[in-house]
Design a protein around this ligand. Sequence first.
Ligand code: NAP
Ligand code: G4F
Length: 343
Amino acid sequence: MRTALITGVTGQDGSYLAELLLAKGYQVHGVVRRASTFNRGRIDHLRADPATRDRFFLHYGDLGDPESLTSVVDAVRPQEVYNLAAQSHVGISFTMPTYTGDVTAIGTVRLLEAVRRKVPEARLYQASSSELFGKAEETPQNERTPFHPRSPYAVAKLYSFWAAVNFREAYGMFAANGILFNHESPRRGENFVTRKITRAVAEITRGQRERVTLGNLEARRDWGYAGDFVDAMWRILAAEKPDDFVIGTGETHSVRELCEAAFAEVGIELEWEGGGGAEVGRERGAGTVRVAVDPKYYRPAEVDELQADAAKARRVLGWTPTVAFPELVRMMVRSDLAEVKRP
Ligand code: NAP
Ligand code: G4F
């Protein structure tokens, strides 16, 4: 039985990855932070299911605390380590740049060091991000596209990217980066733009609110399905040699198109009116404002357009996405509709 350790197991990706590895017969250990309220809703089913609960273990630890990381790595002695933990919100990283750097950059080195000291033969996956491309010099972006980070989050992820490469080159460790483009799901945090919109669409449909207020409607992202992307993580660690891979669908859409697609799922067609911070999206026919813009959601520096060229992952790992944008939006709206009950 292979043994894997996942940091960030309570997050969107951590929960899907734990499911995938358990389904493959792994013993899975997750690192969880102490919180005053339980935040394990995404993994509770794995702890309850008789098919998985005897192979799924949680350990307290924190990327800010090197001793806890060293202890858990030493106790578990994993063959595979997936470093998914991070302060992962780009917008919030502008408000908390120092904290973001400590967790999302230095935290990675704390974990790399723990693995180097205790289980140097383990394979380590580092959750890198398409945010590294930032003000991208070319579209689509691949492994040779230069990096130009545009936020404290992206700067921290850049540090972690190179830390993983450095441990590979300096110590011969199997440390590999997945440069993942945006990936979403019904388990996405509610303050990322996809889920913010799909949740609002459900609440509007159920008569619980009137509109959603957003920031930049023009930003374009390559949005894929998280379930597909955790499969890429596993393939990256199963590869013959440690390497870095771009993972994304190859399709790009704007936040505006995302709004249109999500509202269309509940039969609402949007008509745009005005511009900039005064723009609104009205429901055709009724005239009710369903989308408003508030500049407070604008970021001090924006990433305008991301689109993946994942040819290397296709060629070397045999990875291809299975869920396209319309299906992803439908899945998320339907899930939120099922969760949001009529008052
Ligand atoms: P997420 O839902 O925000 O989950 C982040 C996880 O990190 C949570 O389990 C969180 O624990 C944990 N965490 C945060 N700070 C920690 C700390 N100091 N010590 C230990 N654990 C900590 O993120 P995600 O969407 O699953 O993304 C997973 C990783 O991939 C992140 O590193 C993210 O930056 C990166 N990434 C994500 C995407 C994407 O589109 N989703 C794309 C590229 C890269 P709590 O539950 O206790 O908060
Ligand atoms: O959903 P977002 O917050 O995701 P963002 O910034 O692209 O970051 C996500 O993907 C990265 C991979 O590229 C990950 F590394 C990172 O951890 C995270 O998972 O914002 C997407 C776009 C941005 O351009 C933002 O300015 O949507 C725009 N946006 C417009 N209105 C908004 C809003 N974003 C949020 N969160 N909230 C809004 O109201």
